[in-house]
Design a protein around this ligand. Structure first.
Ligand SMILES: [Zn+2]
Ligand SMILES: [Zn+2]
Length: 257
């Protein structure tokens, strides 16, 4: 059994809960410790019941809560070595620091976890495929560009959380400075609704059942627009599947596999 629950998703902070019968982990801790505690309460979990936190990359919308969590709790935190160098100032206790290697599977309790490299403007950013009981959950946000390798990594996921960060036109016409727009649209930036749609249309024919759009920009996207753009693409070029949009500030319904 795998329980999956998106607690927070978006450029203002990311945190996802994934649990088996015996193991509970969080992917990223990009909001305050208090907000994580509050969200976990909504699903009946205490923060000290979490066995580990795994970190995709150093940006604050993925790491913001670590300092307080490490001060108050003894939860192991896993990141790759380059990411650890970048977040030294967050003062995670040495006894709670664990290192994985991108591209090499590791285990936490019941879970086998495969961190794969993604294209983003961080030092060694990764997505995760998490395996238990013949089930596969993949989280891939903060992706400037979908490579062939990443596309294959996402195939056969029972749940896929994929970024749909911005709508092209909304970003182009929006208030962001030119350089920032360029950064977001670059291969090391974020994924547009359209690119997410094309990716998911392909994956809908490659055994992905539950698709969740995440990490939406507050300024350059709208949940309805992201959903509709991706839905149209799947409708034209893919197969019907479960599609939803992760909430920015609300705990989403638990998905049980
Ligand atoms: Zn990022
Ligand atoms: Zn991010």
């Amino acid at each position: 059994m795998i329980n999956f629950c998106n607690l927070y998703s978006g450029s203002s902070g990311n945190c996802t809960y994934i649990a088996s019968e015996n193991t509970r982990i969080l992917v990223d801790a990009g909001v305050s410790c208090n907000k994580i505690i509050k969200a976990l309460h909504e699903i009946g979990i205490e923060l000290d019941e979490i066995d580990a936190i795994i970190i995709t990359h150093e940006h604050s919308d993925h790491t913001k809560g670590l300092t307080t969590i490490s001060k108050k709790y003894n939860i192991p935190v896993y990141a790759n070595i380059k990411t650890w160098h970048m977040i030294e100032s967050l003062n995670v206790k040495d006894t709670c620091k664990f290192t994985f290697t991108t591209g090499k599977e590791f285990e936490i309790g019941d879970f086998k976890i495969y961190p794969f490299s993604i294209s983003h403007d961080a030092v060694d950013p990764c997505g995760f495929s998490i395996f238990h009981d013949d089930k596969k959950v993949t989280i891939a946000t903060d992706i400037g560009h979908i490579t062939e390798g990443v596309l294959h990594q996402m195939e056969n996921s029972n749940i896929l959380l994929l970024e749909a960060n911005y709508d092209d036109e909304t970003l182009k016409c929006g208030p962001y400075p030119y350089q920032l727009k360029k950064r977001i649209m670059s291969e090391k930036g974020h994924l547009s609704n359209e690119e997410a749609g094309k990716t998911l249309a392909y994956l809908s024919k490659n055994n992905v059942q539950n698709m969740i759009l995440g990490h939406l920009s507050k300024e350059n996207n709208f949940p309805e627009l992201a959903y509709q753009t991706v839905f149209n693409e799947i409708d034209m070029n893919g197969n019907i599947c479960n599609l939803s949009v992760a909430s920015r500030d609300f705990v989403d319904p638990m998905i049980t596999l």
